[in-house]
Design a protein around this ligand. Structure first.
Ligand SMILES: [Zn+2]
Length: 699
């Protein structure tokens, strides 16, 4: 992410804009995407844009001015026509007569639906009146770090005058809503020379007559703020670094990975969360600085920031000689103090209409010398919380240059964090999926059953680390899954299960990438058939090393993390019908699978007291997409059964009780059954997914 001194580039493409000349709404979308695609101009989902555009009334055919404004819950960077709310300006302006004072604030929101131009319009946001009441055709409201630095500086009003020379007005902190809109509109009407207003502790609003002029004005004002900040450089950032010895990047990662399970367990004491680790220079400089403690305690400023990050981070002490795990264990009292202080803040400011207290655990955890951990309901939200905190650090840096950063008074912060309207927005979110807040690791994930399980777990809301020995296939799989389920939710690792160091590195990498682990699927495998006097012992060793030994190594490394997390977990073994059925020419594969299946039962017996459940699925004849059928196995089996390779699926289907072919997705369904909540009291079980084979009935 950009630093506070970065000039914003003018990316307006004249040719592209000309093509949209007859489509003012399209031009508004284009402008919004340009502004929103730069986190430096506005944070994710922060800020909004609008245009007052004449349309034809579908009933009367009369011209009517419609406010097209970013609707509730959208993001400017990815905004489309559908993300815009459409409201009639005549009705919005009439609302001013209904409004008396800030006591009406929440009631005004209900009126916006009565101003809609299109019945299927996106729901209007609380910033709608901000755009409606300003007497200009195009309006941008943004949260650029350089401008918030001025808005959050102790002398913000004076600095605004100095930096913008009277072209930009100043309005002290007012919570977003109708009151803020009327005050800005009054300021703009009384001072026609104004082209924008800095909103104290919040951001900026600016306006112009065309989309192009509005875009240029917005980035022009941001760059004016950046240039002004550059004139105040001098003192070292955040008072300079006070940390004597800093660990190397490799040491940092190792310490973070060792501490993460403990930190995640503590952060998840009330509700389970997915984590994210960042150790960028910006974060390391801030966390190791002389001012970190003082500034962190002041809290973040822009309202968007503390909705995402909570008002303050949790600061861990820097004592690397104690050891990562011991230090993380020792941080329990700090989590208690943090949660208690959040409860005290809630108690001090809550009133009868306030929503119930939310999870009081920290979202952002700063560890000097190591980096930043963020915890949230899913991987994307955890990443975004981290990005917001970097925005907040930028703001603090800028405001400190300007003479001193000030956070919002706690009562004002509370009125945003626990605003009934924000709570209503949270309540409108779709219900969480069954595997939300959980992270899985699937071995052999680049094809067949492993891929089907990974896909199913992702679809059910989990984040998934994909492990495979085939780097090319894994890259392909990762691309496909990331584009469908979001890059935040997918983390690939190449590892050969015969190599303990590679397994350890993959588990460490998955812990760092997903901030923890909850589910392990021991799926990777291969199959070589042959009569006892024909197959080689090397072939047996290979199968044993990958399946029996490889899955044990994975389970070992996984269980160590799970015990540190203290949140329980699940291990699934994808064994085989051959684990329980004896047939000819299969002594190597069958005995390895039997060992794997018993390994699962032994682990179930040992790990129950830690809330870790271990179950086994015995598939049979899953042919489609399976790697084990390569390398001559299919030809071999076809020959053994006296059929052609093409007829193998049918042959296998016919010998089952249900006469059905077993697909990778059938095994994925069974895997989900074990971990999705329906079988939460089952461990040590073995479930056949084979179409029904009496000889394979577990007993
Ligand atoms: Zn805002």
């Amino acid at each position: 992410m950009a630093t506070i001194d970065e000039i914003v580039e003018d990316r307006w493409d004249v040719n592209l804009a000309r093509a949209l000349a007859d489509d003012p709404v399209g031009l508004l979308v284009y402008r919004s995407n340009l502004l929103g695609s730069d986190l430096w101009i506005t944070n994710f989902a922060g800020g909004n844009t609008s245009g007052k555009i004449v349309a034809s009334d579908p009933v009367t055919g009369d011209p009517v001015t419609v406010l097209w404004v970013k609707g509730s819950g959208g993001d400017l960077g990815t905004l489309t026509h559908e993300g815009l709310a459409q409201l009639r300006m005549d009705r919005l302006l009439a609302l001013r007569a209904r409004y008396r004072d800030s006591g009406d604030e929440d009631a005004m929101v209900a009126f916006y639906d009565h101003c809609l131009f299109h019945p299927k319009s996106r729901a209007p946001s609380i910033d709608t009146p901000l755009h409606a009441l300003i007497p200009a055709r195009h309006v941008d409201h943004l949260h650029p770090d350089a401008v918030i630095a001025i808005a959050a500086a102790r002398d913000g009003e004076t600095i605004t005058r100095e930096a913008f020379g009277g072209k930009v007005g100043w309005l002290g902190w007012v919570r977003p809503g109708f009151e803020l809109a009327t005050r800005i509109a009054d300021l703009a009407s009384a001072n026609p020379e104004l082209v924008g207003v800095i909103l104290g502790g919040h951001g900026i609003i600016s306006w112009a007559d065309t989309s192009e002029a509005c875009y240029r004005r917005s980035i022009g004002l941001i760059n004016q703020a950046v240039s002004f900040l550059a004139t105040r450089r001098g003192r070292p950032r955040f008072g300079g670094r006070v940390l004597a010895a800093a660990p190397t990047p490799a040491e940092r990662r190792a310490i973070a990975a060792a501490a993460l399970p403990v930190l995640r367990g503590l952060a998840s004491r009330q509700t389970r969360k997915i984590g994210r680790f960042v150790d960028s220079d910006q974060i390391l400089d801030f966390a190791a600085s002389a001012d970190c403690q003082r500034l962190s305690a002041l809290g973040t400023s822009c309202p968007d920031h503390f909705l995402r990050t909570k008002v303050t981070p949790l600061l861990l002490p820097f004592e690397p000689e104690v050891g990562a795990k011991a230090l993380a264990d020792g941080s329990r009292p700090l989590f208690d103090v943090y949660a208690d202080s959040h409860a005290a803040y809630y108690k001090a400011h809550a009133h009868a209409g306030s929503p119930a207290m939310r999870d009081p655990q920290p979202v952002v955890i700063l560890w000097p010398g190591i980096g930043m951990f963020t915890f949230a309901k899913d991987a994307a939200t955890a990443r975004i919380a981290g990005e917001y905190f970097i925005n907040a650090v930028n703001v603090m840096e800028g405001a400190e240059r300007l003479g001193g950063y000030q956070g919002l008074p706690p009562a004002d912060a509370f009125s945003i964090e626990y605003w009934a309207l924000e709570e209503a927005k949270l309540k409108r979110l779709p219900p969480e999926r069954p595997l939300a807040r959980r992270a899985a690791l699937v071995s052999g994930a680049a094809g067949g059953i492993g891929l089907a399980v990974a896909r199913r777990f992702l679809a059910e809301g989990a984040a998934v680390a994909l492990l495979d020995v085939d780097a090319t296939k894994l890259a392909e799989t990762t691309r496909e899954l990331a584009s469908r389920f979001g890059a935040d939710n997918v983390a690939p690792f190449v590892a050969d299960l015969r190599d303990p160091a590679a397994i350890e590195a993959a588990i460490e990498g998955a812990t760092l990438a997903l901030g923890g682990l909850d589910l392990l699927v021991n799926n990777a495998g291969l199959s070589i058939a042959g009569d006892v006097d024909v197959f080689t012992i090397d072939q047996f060793d290979l199968m044993h090393d990958v399946m029996t030994r490889g899955s044990l190594l994975l389970s070992q490394a996984f269980v160590r993390r799970l015990k540190a997390q203290g949140l329980g977990g699940d291990i699934l073994y994808i064994a085989s019908k051959n684990a329980v059925v004896a047939g000819p020419s299969n002594v190597a594969y069958g005995s390895v699978k039997a060992a794997q299946a018993h390994q699962a039962r032994l682990l179930a017996a040992e790990l129950g007291r830690f809330g870790i459940r271990v179950n086994t699925i015995n598939p049979d004849a899953v042919i489609r997409g399976s790697g084990i059928w390569a390398a001559g196995w299919a030809e071999d089996r076809a020959r053994a059964h006296g059929v052609t390779v093409d007829n193998l699926p049918k042959h296998y289907a016919q010998r089952t009780l249900l006469s059905v072919e077993v697909l990778p997705e059938d095994v994925a369904d069974a895997a989900f059954c074990f971990v999705g909540g329906a079988l939460s009291k089952t461990t040590g079980a073995m479930l056949p997914v084979d179409g029904g084979i009496p000889a394979a009935f577990p007993r």
